[in-house]
Design a protein around this ligand. Structure first.
Ligand code: 6PG
Length: 232
């Protein structure tokens, strides 16, 4: 596991966009495509904006398959929609293929259809995303894997429906086996409010936290954090 402490969220966005570009070039060169899963929330917005501007003409977007680490089950235009945020910050300006979670469907149907789309790109077996970009909540959740959730034990499904009681939010999330089978995982963590949880996760004292359960079997794991999140 690698850790980079940067000055702030803008620096995280620039570094993450540069890593995205480098990985896309090497993945496309060796496997003809770059399959990435993006997270929602506020932290990745700057990263996506840099990708869509500075890298708009550099990335071979027509070889890029964009998936989502998780999605809230709200209409695509809803302010809570991760797809909406990623479309506004990145997808609207590039010719990548985006695999939207059909969030307008019933949770089980949305999960099954999303899983079928993943299998269409990766084939049978466990998908090996070239890159999964994750955030972390103050409670140590990542994607829509929340502390104490039964979905943390899911081993058979690639994507599963989950109801987050605390947020009264129905979601679809990639499961831990899929996340941990990625070739590269990058966490983006910014802000003092995350410092306590980040210290626990990085210090090996956060076993119960979903973000601490992200340990790619053979892939790389990089934490891009800012000084505020890394502060004691
Ligand atoms: C989501 C994200 C979620 C996010 C964390 C951190 O759909 O909300 O996938 O896991 O990464 O909640 O969110 P912030 O970046 O807004 O702090």
């Amino acid at each position: 596991m690698d850790l980079l402490v940067l000055s702030g969220i803008e620096a995280i966005g620039r570094k993450a966009a540069s890593i995205f570009y480098e990985l896309s070039e090497s993945s496309i060169a060796s496997r003809g495509r770059f399959a990435v899963a993006l997270s929602g929330g506020s932290t990745p917005k700057g990263f996506l904006r840099v990708l869509g501007s500075r890298y708009q003409k550099k990335v071979q977007w027509d070889r890029v398959e964009v998936f989502f680490a998780d999605e809230r089950l709200v209409p695509a235009g809803h302010e809570e929609s991760n797809y909406r945020m990623v479309r506004e910050e990145l997808l609207s300006g590039i010719p990548a293929r985006a695999h939207r979670v059909r969030a307008e469907l019933e949770p089980e149907d949305a999960a099954l259809i999303y899983e079928a789309e993943i299998r269409q790109v990766f084939g049978a077996g466990l998908p090996d995303f070239d890159l999964i970009v994750l955030g972390m909540g103050e409670d140590g959740h990542t994607a829509s894997l929340f502390p104490g959730s039964r979905v943390l034990q899911e081993t058979g499904r690639l994507a599963a429906p989950v109801y987050v009681e605390r947020l009264k939010s129905s979601r679809i999330t990639l499961t831990l086996p899929v996340i941990n089978n990625a070739r590269n995982i990058v966490f983006l963590v910014s802000g003092r409010s995350k410092a306590r949880t980040l210290r626990r996760v990085l210090g090996g004292k956060g076993e119960d936290l979903p973000a601490a359960r992200v340990r790619p079997a053979g892939g790389s794991l990089l934490w891009l954090v800012d000084e505020a999140a890394y502060s004691s």
